[in-house]
Ligand binder design. Structure first.
Ligand code: BQZ
Length: 692
């Protein structure tokens, strides 16, 4: 039976007594240091210029079969004509195993499912690296884990160079010239402007499946214009907001093929609805034009997506060999847990080991002499938090009960009660024992660039204090059924908890939270949904609470910066604009917004570090979200692959599928497997539907 001041008389008396008791009682404590866990390997830090450059080379090459079967047959232009004037050149000295050879397949296993190929229209292709590979972006950040800290800036990609105006309010970007989509259509500013004007700026389009393609992601009142076919110009309110160069990388500025998307967009096609536009290219549509290294040529529902090398890919090695080295990519449509199992067993080639429950078995199997795959742990960059819907003005169209819960969510004493009722040590151990998990109080992750322990407020587990706080809020069990009631004779305090059933870790942690709320007399009801449905509910505000694995903004700060606070109506993961279009910020949230905007507006490193200390203090003091646990991920890659960079994290600025630079990965000739499903096939060739 719970012992707390609920037994006392009316709400008023309780409010007085319990608040005094709580204020007197110090709720904060010393944050335990994470158990020592050294990442198994560290990258060699380099300059971006050591990784890549744009350069015309004296000659170019391609796999022999492309020449003999296609170029010599006249169905494909010679490789030199398929490449831009100055292709992106990856430098040999930066390739861990040097220049590669053509052949073989990278067999991914993924837990998502493709909705269709309209990435910029909001469709997911099933995650697990498939969209990362298809959707090349203006800049690139995944490989930045190897770039020297004092030279950190997004890498050029589709934008090959840029310069700021004197006053820092204008950024002129130069696009790669002469690059083509995988169907041979030229890539140019028209593609960029279609993405910006008709997807990002059009609020009827949820630009990109994670919903991050929103205008304020690039700064409030920011404008973009095309100067000519290969030049675009940004205009920003702030001076020199270099931050936004990170937003121009995956996942928020990766233009789509306007030549086939525009005719489906309602602005250009009066017969089409926005749904028609979003769904215009279903998974069955093959050879979707991409700028990525591989093109979808086969789709078998719940089985596999096979992709073949893009004959117009615009990147080469220093000998002029057109990339990628790998001819084919598979995305086996399975589960995320199965991705770990197959990578360790050798029937799959790659996994981000990120579900801590699988660690011990994966480690055991990978330690065997005959293990087919290498397993390397990185830093603790995987973190989960319990996030509360903080909208009080209608985001997600709450009913009466949901609105009452949101009002509670917006109350600091309520959030404090929840955070001190959580036993983080037990939650971490429920996933895996050993030195992996660390107590995570919320906010920026320990062990990352901007983390400052002294600025981190930690509320240790204390059930009694939690109950006292709830008493103080007038949440008494007025009907004696063991569940507290909302004030003024309200119904039971019932809270729905959203979690992603695609991951055992998400639901295990959610079930742990549900159990740990029981002694508080709060009924938490599982709302466990599969990936896309969960993502939709989370993005549309249809949740009370959500247990979520957090994004890159909590790891690097510079990636996804605008998501650190509700800097715009649709930027924040758990507080977006309500029905009147405004975000009803709580006072501390306004401080967070001001701090994040100040961070974006300055390039002074000392000032940025100080601003992030302020951010961390405000965030954790106000329990912006309830941190749960933080742990390292491990990259599992089959041993036959070469050019896997040392110390590649599964998640930092982006996921490992971007970080390892797959277009440079190869399999030495004597180690190649016989896994190609479509040997010597090019996208659009006979045997694969859709246009060339
Ligand atoms: C990695 C990643 C590559 C999305 C997705 C998935 C979606 C989220 C998140 C991860 C998967 C893998 O994560 O878990 O290891 O391969 O794909 O994109 O969780 O549901 O919406 O943000 O990236």
């Amino acid at each position: 039976m719970r012992k707390h001041a609920m037994a006392l008389g009316g709400a008023g008396l309780m409010l007085g007594v319990s608040l005094l008791a709580v204020q007197a009682q110090e709720l904060t404590g010393e944050l335990p240091d994470p158990p020592a866990f050294a990442a198994q390997s560290e990258p060699t830090f380099v300059s971006i210029s050591e990784i890549m450059e744009y350069k015309a080379l004296p000659e170019y090459h391609e796999p022999d079969w492309v020449t003999s079967k296609y170029v010599d047959a006249g169905t494909l232009p010679p490789v030199a004509e398929r490449l831009p004037e100055e292709p992106l050149v990856f430098k040999t000295a930066n390739m861990p195993d040097g220049m590669g050879v053509y052949g073989d397949t990278l067999r991914h296993v993924i837990g998502g499912r493709p909705e269709g190929w309209n990435y910029i229209g909001g469709q997911s292709q099933g995650w697990g690296g498939i969209d990362i590979g298809l959707s090349e972006c203006l800049t690139r950040t995944g490989p930045l884990f190897t770039v020297k800290a004092d030279e950190l800036e997004p890498m050029p990609n589709l934008a090959k160079s840029w310069e700021w105006s004197e006053d820092g309010h204008e950024l002129t970007m130069h696009l790669i010239e002469g690059a083509k989509w995988s169907d041979g259509d030229p890539f140019d500013a028209e593609d960029v402007m279609f993405y910006w004007e008709d997807n990002v700026q059009d609020s009827n389009v949820s630009a990109v499946p994670s919903g991050t393609g929103t205008p304020e992601r690039f700064g409030v009142d920011t404008t973009l214009e095309a100067i000519d076919a290969y030049t675009i110009k940004w205009t920003f309110k702030e001076a020199f907001p270099t931050q936004y160069l990170y937003a121009m990388a995956y996942d928020s500025f990766c233009p789509g093929p306007s030549h086939i998307l525009k005719p489906e967009h309602p602005k250009y096609n009066a017969d089409n609805s926005y749904d028609d536009y979003k769904n215009a290219f279903p998974p069955e549509f093959m050879n979707m034009p991409v700028m990525g290294a591989w093109v979808p040529v086969e789709y078998r529902p719940d089985d596999i997506i096979a992709m073949r090398r893009n004959p117009y890919y615009w990147k080469v090695d220093e000998a002029g060999n057109q990339l990628p080295y790998l001819n084919e990519l598979h995305y086996r449509l399975s589960t995320w847990a199965d991705r770990d199992v197959q990578a360790v067993a050798g029937s799959g080639d790659f996994s981000n080991l990120e579900q801590a429950e699988s660690y011990v078995e994966a480690l055991r199997r990978s330690a065997e002499e005959t293990a087919p795959a290498r397993l390397q742990f990185g830093a603790r960059t995987i973190g989960y938090a319990l996030r509360m819907n903080l909208s009080g003005n209608g985001w997600g169209e709450p009913d009466e009960r949901e609105q009452a819960i949101r009002e509670l969510n917006r109350n600091l004493d309520f959030r404090k009660a929840i955070t001190i009722a959580v036993d983080r040590q037990r939650l971490g151990e429920s996933l895996v024992r050993g030195p992996f998990t660390a107590i995570y109080p919320g906010g920026l992750y320990a062990g990352t660039t901007y983390f400052d322990k002294a600025s981190t407020v930690y509320y240790p587990h204390d059930l009694e204090a939690a109950n006292t706080l709830l008493d103080g809020l007038g949440l008494a069990d007025t009907d004696g059924n063991g569940i507290r009631n909302l004030p003024d004779g309200g119904g039971d305090v019932e809270i729905t908890l959203l979690a992603n059933t695609d991951y055992g870790t998400d639901t295990n942690l959610a079930e742990g939270v549900i159990a740990q709320m029981e002694p508080l007399g709060i009924r938490v009801i599982a709302s466990f949904q599969a990936g896309t449905a969960r993502d939709d509910k989370a993005q549309s505000g249809q949740f009370d609470w959500a247990v979520e694995r957090q994004g890159a903004e909590m790891v690097s700060v510079v990636q996804g910066t605008t998501m650190l606070a509700p800097t715009g109506p649709r930027t924040h993961p758990f507080h977006k604009a309500g029905t009147d279009g405004t975000v009803d910020l709580l006072p501390f949230e306004q401080e967070l917004v001001d701090t994040v905007n100040a961070f974006i507006a300055t390039s002074d490193n000392a000032e940025r570090a100080d601003l992030m200390k302020q951010y961390q203090r405000i965030f954790t003091e106000n329990v912006y979200s309830v941190g749960l646990t933080q742990y390292p991920g491990a990259l599992i890659v089959n041993k036959r692959f070469a050019n896997i960079p040392e110390g590649a994290p599964i998640f930092m600025f982006n996921w490992a599928e971007d970080n390892i630079i797959r277009e440079r990965v190869f399999v030495p000739a004597d180690a190649q497997g016989d896994f190609e499903l479509h040997p010597e096939m090019l996208p659009g060739a006979p045997g694969s539907a859709g246009p060339m």
